[in-house]
Design a protein around this ligand. Structure first.
Ligand SMILES: Nc1nc2c(c(=O)[nH]1)N[C@H]1C(S)=C(S)[C@@H](COP(=O)(O)OP(=O)(O)OC[C@H]3O[C@@H](n4cnc5c(=O)[nH]c(N)nc54)[C@H](O)[C@@H]3O)O[C@H]1N2
Ligand SMILES: Nc1nc2c(c(=O)[nH]1)N[C@H]1C(S)=C(S)[C@@H](COP(=O)(O)OP(=O)(O)OC[C@H]3O[C@@H](n4cnc5c(=O)[nH]c(N)nc54)[C@H](O)[C@@H]3O)O[C@H]1N2
Ligand code: SF4
Ligand SMILES: [Mo]
Length: 750
């Protein structure tokens, strides 16, 4: 290049086009470095980095505008900056000023901007004109909404209002949950409204209510950071809440104890890993309580002032001797003694849990048992001491607080006349317009549809064909429903196979409002892109439906944006535990999120039960229902991996993530593989009493113990929920996703 530049005359340079002029010019230092690094447009590295097949477009990271927002994947609630260039999203970065993540993001967050322009977005309403066997055809919004309102209207007229079931999510804005709740309650007037949060956090909600009288995670991430001992039970944060790992070990001498049947990445980080037998956690917790009582490691003064039930509890846990608990859990007596001693002597102890606890027919009671430990040692309401449910989805908290899943808005109780009267007054409706008890929970909506009681389903931002347990039952429910609407940001999704009508929705990045994370922190979510095609924000869809139902002015007076919903939600939540009235959108954005209830709840030891005291529960450890036997000799555990989000409608479209984990696998211990003469990467079939999943890749690994296998639930093509069990917690109605009996064989193709 420099040679050419020298040879050219001044005239040549003067006549050259601007591009030629650049070529003729002597390369700048920057250009030379660029070429040396292989980043100029002739190098193979450059070509690779600009080939859309690889999904990595390096040049495009140079943004001309950065928008502050909150990550739309998990409940950690990381603050981020999304860079756009000429209006197109090109980069995502952690917001260094956000208190949750201080500039860090995990791989999903770092690539989240790529989902907005992914090819698989839903762009227009689609309708089947002649029953489920006819194709989905594009229709106008007017026709789509007219069909929806008239079909649901005639079904409700014939079979009653409760024949409509609504299944929503933990992934909308709080403002949208509030808006949807009003529509379901006062517009469609059905109480059969629940969501995927029952597949997820319902056990934590029920467990908190059992122990403390109300939902509401008592602790905060700061407690995880400052605790002497952090006990994580059935929570694999290294994969599923990666940025929370930054809180650990900041404090010198902090001990991390992880309870998980698998040697997860989180277990690998731990000072002590307790590889308990599946579902023996209650025995472990009761066993720790037994030792604490025996050794006088309890906080008698806290218990005397703030908790009931100690005498019954003492006699109940007498049977949970270290020897008995050792048998049930598979842990040695020495390990049990040492864990109890570490927990009991800690100045502050934090217990975090997630789906290894909640996904069980004893989920709610396991949560109550965890709360027992915190109460016994006074580890609640003070720095470092907390029982703490680590939430799942970005706004599962908002759905719990603002919608009607397990309570009326603002954690008001259906069964409380005072709560109903208060809400009716705020809404300017008659008190008897509000139901006196909650409707069907998600699995009960499904079962009611199988029975023919629920005839119309409206499914919003969830993908049950992949995520609901025991798929056969769900299929029966969908087959017998007369009319199914699926409202989703992507198209097609597996659930849309059953949809009569598809409503295309805007997603994260295209909407403005708030999410609330695991530690009750309300964070601002901002738009940096416009929805593709004719997709509309869920809020706008709800308002348009209200308009057609003729209730818009009554339920959304003067509302034009999610901010109007926010303002009303502030009034409705005022004075409640989840009080949003003290801060504005702007304040939330400026502060990088504000925690309702302050940093931690129950600082004064007063609990929202009738007498103000918490309650210790006697929780027996019951073996799980489907134990392995000669025919189905493995226990199947299901869960997640860091690269993928749930049913992969989002991460499946991010090539960088999808290429890392492109297909499902099954983990099996080398001892079992040898016994079955199976080799690494063999294709195997997983069979339970309900169904088979063929052609899954085998991973032989010590991550799982002998007799146990693990499979991710992310893959529609290898759907683990064909084989999982349709058993639900009697209190929370949460599914038992983590244990069922299966057999494993090499896939045969004849
Ligand atoms: N990358 C990624 N992150 C996510 C998600 C995602 O899909 N992908 N989803 C989000 C959501 S909605 C949720 S709910 C969370 C879930 O986050 P986690 O609960 O961490 O996820 P899981 O992998 O379902 O299950 C956690 C662990 O429970 C263990 N377990 C199974 N049985 C038992 C048992 O009997 N006792 C004990 N103690 N442990 C057991 C499993 O071995 C597994 O390691 O993650 C959130 N974050
Ligand atoms: N076997 C097994 N099954 C499980 C679990 C397990 O551990 N094991 N975990 C369970 C748990 S904890 C959970 S939370 C569930 C999750 O299960 P799902 O809720 O079914 O999972 P997602 O893939 O997150 O589905 C969300 C859907 O909403 C769409 N979407 C995203 N954003 C928007 C939006 O803004 N508006 C609209 N309208 N749509 C949007 C997405 O495209 C996607 O189709 O799975 C449960 N299923
Ligand atoms: S940890 Fe969760 S909130 Fe943070 S970047 Fe990753 S997915 Fe997003
Ligand atoms: Mo979840």
């Amino acid at each position: 290049m420099s040679f050419i530049a020298k040879k050219n005359t001044a005239t040549q340079r003067a006549n050259a086009t601007s591009e030629e002029r650049i070529a003729l010019a002597k390369p700048t230092l920057l250009q030379r470095i660029t070429r040396w690094l292989g980043l100029d447009n002739k190098s193979s590295l450059y070509r690779y980095a600009h080939d859309p097949r690889f999904g990595y477009i390096s040049e495009s990271r140079v943004a001309d505008k950065w928008t502050k927002t909150t990550c739309g994947y998990c409940s950690v609630g990381c603050g981020m900056l999304v860079g756009t260039k000429d209006g197109k999203p090109v980069a995502a970065r952690g917001n260094p000023d956000h208190p949750v993540n201080l500039g860090k993001l995990c791989p999903k967050g770092l690539s989240e901007h790529l989902i907005v322009e992914a090819p698989g977005r839903a762009k227009q309403p689609m309708l089947r004109r002649n029953g489920r066997t006819s194709p989905l055809e594009p229709v106008s919004w007017d026709e789509a909404l007219d069909v929806m309102v008239s079909r649901i209207g005639s079904i409700q007229q014939e079979h009653g209002r409760e024949s409509l079931g609504v299944i929503s999510t933990g992934q909308l804005l709080t403002e949208e949950f509030y808006t949807l709740g009003k529509l379901v309650q006062l517009g469609f007037r059905t109480s059969n409204y629940d969501g995927n949060t029952t597949l997820c956090m319902a056990s934590a909600v029920s467990g908190y209510k059992l122990s403390f009288g109300s939902d509401g995670p008592p602790g905060a991430y700061a407690d995880m950071e400052s605790a002497d001992v952090v006990l994580l039970i059935g929570a694999n944060i290294a994969d599923n809440h990666p940025i929370l790992c930054n809180r650990l070990r900041k404090r010198p001498g902090q001990l991390l104890i992880v309870v998980d049947p698998r040697v997860t990445k989180t277990a690998m980080m731990a000072d002590m890993h307790l590889p308990v037998k599946p579902r023996s956690d209650i025995a472990l917790i009761n066993g720790i309580a037994h030792i604490l009582l025996r050794d006088g490691l309890i906080d008698r003064s806290y218990l005397a002032h703030h908790a009931d039930g100690l005498d019954d509890f003492i006699s109940f846990v007498a049977d949970y001797t270290p020897e008995a608990v050792s048998k049930t859990t598979g842990l040695s007596v020495a390990v049990l003694e040492s864990v109890a001693s570490l927990y009991g002597h800690a100045k502050s102890a934090f217990i975090g849990w997630t789906m290894g606890v909640n996904h069980s027919t004893q989920g709610a009671m396991t949560v109550a048992a965890i709360n027992n430990l915190s109460l016994l040692t006074g580890n609640i309401g003070r720095p470092g001491g907390a029982p703490f449910s680590i939430t799942g989805q970005c706004n599962a908290m908002g759905s719990r607080e603002a919608s009607f899943t397990s309570s009326l808005p603002g954690y008001r109780k259906f069964e409380s006349e005072e709560d109903r009267n208060q809400l009716a007054a705020l809404w300017n409706v008659a008190p008897n317009d509000l139901p006196t008890r909650r409707g069907f929970a998600y699995p009960d909506i499904v079962e009611a549809s199988v029975r023919g009681e629920v005839k119309a389903l409206w499914i919003i931002a969830t993908n049950p064909v992949v995520s609901f347990p025991n798929h056969n039952l769900l299929k029966q429910a969908f087959d017998s429903a007369e009319f199914i609407v699926v409202q989703d940001g992507f198209y097609p999704t597996p659930t849309m196979e059953y949809a009569d009508l598809v409503l295309p929705a805007a997603i994260w990045g295209e909407k403005e409002g708030t999410y609330t994370n695991s530690e009750r922190r309300v964070s601002k979510v901002n738009a940096f892109a416009v929805p593709p095609g004719e997709a509309r924000a869920d809020f706008d869809i709800f308002v348009a439906i209200a308009e057609r139902l003729g209730v818009r002015d009554r339920i959304y007076p003067g509302w034009t944006s999610t901010h109007d919903a926010w303002l009303e939600w502030q009034r409705v939540s005022a004075g409640r535990m989840c009080d949003y009235s003290g801060f504005t959108w702007q304040q939330v954005e400026d502060a990088g999120g504000i925690q309702w209830g302050g940093e931690r709840l129950y600082r004064d030891g007063i609990f929202p039960r009738a007498n103000g005291r918490a309650l210790l529960h006697c929780v027996p450890c019951i073996p799980f229902a489907e134990q392995p036997d000669a025919e189905f000799n493995f226990i199947l555990n299901t869960g997640r991996t860091v690269e993928h989000w749930h049913t992969r409608t989002k991460t499946g479209q991010v090539k960088l993530l999808d290429a890392m984990v492109p297909n499902a696998w099954l983990e099996m211990n080398p001892i079992d593989a040898e016994r079955l003469s199976l080799r690494q990467h063999d294709r195997i079939t997983v069979t339970s009493r309900r169904a088979s999943v063929p052609d899954v890749e085998l991973r032989i690994t010590g991550i799982v113990a002998p007799g146990q296998v693990f499979m991710p639930f992310h893959f529609a093509e290898h759907n683990s929920n064909l084989v999982t069990l349709g058993d639900f917690d009697p209190i929370s109605r949460e599914p038992n996703y983590k244990q069922c009996a299966v057999r494993i064989e090499r896939t045969s193709w004849n």
